[in-house]
Design a binder for this molecule. Structure first.
Ligand code: ATP
Ligand code: MG
Length: 495
């Protein structure tokens, strides 16, 4: 049906050299058994662009049962209904090679997933169901080195263009996720979206509301993790997709801040994501969402507008967004923690070791690096970076300095067992409460973390009734929290 075109032999040769031995072996074995097999999709695109492919996909004329027969049941797994057999490799950098029988997809009546996936007869038919021309190129690596490129994908790669295979509006109506994928490739590869494809996204953006949220989440995460994430999110906004995926971000569009900010809330969110120094998904999401509640907490106008509590309200808004997008509990709680604590106050001249311990106790030592990365993103994204790098370096030094100090009950020199054995306190809630009071003291003064002192103090507490000790623990923690908050508000009031 289509002319297969030959790639430049030299380019192909270099490309073949980059294909791992294991992948070539899989191709060879399938061909030896009398079937066709090609490397296809994103990995061919990446090879042409001289990028390292993330994963290896093979398209074949063989049926799944043939593949399982060729490689054996212990080396393969076949459990989905999309004609894909995974072949295990020993090499973790390659992982699983996915071998998929030529297929077509017919009908997307609910616009979520194809109604039916049918086997196709030819490679060209299989390439025709793929999303973009750059992803619809096959490379035969056995025998003759040959690129099959029926939709001129190589030319689009050369011109850095994202163009649908066939009519854009039809392809987006079939599967609206492709609109997100176009934007994802734009921010990952720096390609422009071709005019008709772009217009079709603008026209059909509303169809994204039919797509399963898990699929949207996966593409959204890839945009957030790409090399140009703010560009991707802004393009989602301009083309009308963001209002379906994260409408909360759009509340900040055009909303001015105060004299300490030159950007609107929306622009600042994007720039914080852009400058986020971390490659972790949760830190990048926190950078994008840390000021998500600024629009609703804004009081006053002009230079002196305030945003009190936007951090705490924001952590709840971030939670609801991420839960809606079906992010894992780990991601949700981490982003929540980071957003909730992003306003921590730090000034080398004024802050004591005990307040650094309180911060570490609240956030967790293991999360401090991510919180600092969020602070860097926030600063760089504000256009008027107030935090001088030495401040953050000093905080890092302080964190390091207090990192051996007790910031959790686990790290106290006495535990529940000691209280029971040494002081004969009966098991029960009193023990935990006494430990809370001890911890509050030790955070305040690290030298108190010694057995003798703590046992003595515990013995004094033990004779009080439970409610009184509870009140003491609460008071100690709250009191300090208020002090810290006052400092934050005093020094940092404008944020
Ligand atoms: P990555 O580099 O992120 O792996 P990729 O292009 O390989 O990018 P995958 O999601 O791994 O993307 O999909 C592999 C291939 O399957 C794509 O290159 C494309 O040919 C095809 N494909 C994936 N999703 C779709 C879709 N929604 N519609 C049509 N074709 C798709
Ligand atoms: Mg891929």
């Amino acid at each position: 049906m289509f002319d297969s075109c030959w790639g430049h032999i030299e380019v192909s040769f270099l490309m073949i050299k980059k294909i791992p031995r294991q992948v070539l072996e899989v191709l060879g074995k399938i061909e030896k058994s009398g079937f066709e097999a090609y490397v296809v999709g994103g990995c061919v695109r990446d090879l042409i662009m001289d990028r390292l492919p993330k994963d290896w996909d093979i398209a074949t004329s063989a049926k799944p049962e043939n593949i399982v027969g060729i490689f054996g049941e212990d080396k393969t797994f076949y459990e989905n209904k999309f004609f894909t057999v995974g072949i295990k490799t020993e090499d973790p950098s390659i992982g699983i090679i996915e071998v998929t029988t030529y297929r077509t997809e017919s009908g997307y009546s609910d616009r979520r997933r194809p109604d039916e996936v049918r086997a196709a007869e030819t490679l060209e038919e299989d390439l025709g169901r793929r999303d973009f021309t750059m992803n619809a190129i096959a490379l035969g690596a056995n025998g003759e080195m040959k690129l099959t490129d029926p939709f001129d994908g190589q030319k689009d790669i050369e011109h850095k263009l994202i163009r649908t295979v066939g009519e854009a509006k039809d392809r987006f109506s079939e599967d609206a996720l492709r609109m997100m994928r176009a934007i994802r490739f734009h921010s990952e590869l720096g390609f422009e979206i071709e005019k008709e494809t772009l217009e079709a996204i603008e026209e059909h953006s509303g169809l994204i509301s039919h797509v399963a949220l898990e699929r949207i989440r996966d593409e959204f995460s890839k945009i957030v993790l790409s090399s140009n994430p703010s560009e991707g999110v802004d393009m989602m906004h301009k083309l009308g997709l963001l209002s379906y995926v994260v409408p909360e971000l759009e509340k900040g569009v055009g909303v001015k801040q105060n004299r300490h900010h030159i950007y609107t809330i929306y622009r600042h969110c994007l720039l914080s994501l852009k400058y986020c120094p971390s490659n972790k998904l949760e830190v990048r999401l926190a950078s994008l969402l840390h000021d998500i509640a600024k629009p609703q907490t804004k009081r006053g106008e002009g230079e002196f507008a305030t945003f009190y509590n936007h951090d705490h309200v924001g952590s709840k808004v971030a939670e609801s967004i991420l839960k809606r997008l079906r992010y894992s509990t780990e991601i949700v709680s981490k982003v929540k923690l980071l957003v909730d604590n992003h306003m921590f106050y730090y000034n080398p001249d004024e802050v004591s070791e005990s307040s650094v311990r309180r911060l570490v106790s609240k956030v967790g030592l293991e999360n401090m690096k991510d919180l600092l990365d969020l602070r860097i993103a926030d600063r760089l994204g504000s256009g008027t970076p107030k935090a001088k790098p030495y401040k953050l370096r000093h905080l890092e030094y302080m964190i390091d300095k207090v990192s051996q100090d007790a910031v959790s009950v686990k790290m106290l020199k006495v535990g529940g067992n000691d209280l029971m054995e040494e002081l004969g306190i009966k098991p029960g809630p009193k023990i935990g409460t006494i430990l809370d009071v001890l911890l509050a003291e030790v955070i305040e003064d690290a030298s108190k973390n010694n057995r003798e002192y703590l046992l003595e103090k515990a013995a004094m507490l033990e004779i009080e009734d439970l409610e009184k000790i509870r009140a003491m623990a609460k008071e100690k923690i709250e009191e300090k929290k208020e002090e810290d908050d006052k400092e934050i508000k005093g020094k940092h009031w404008v944020k």
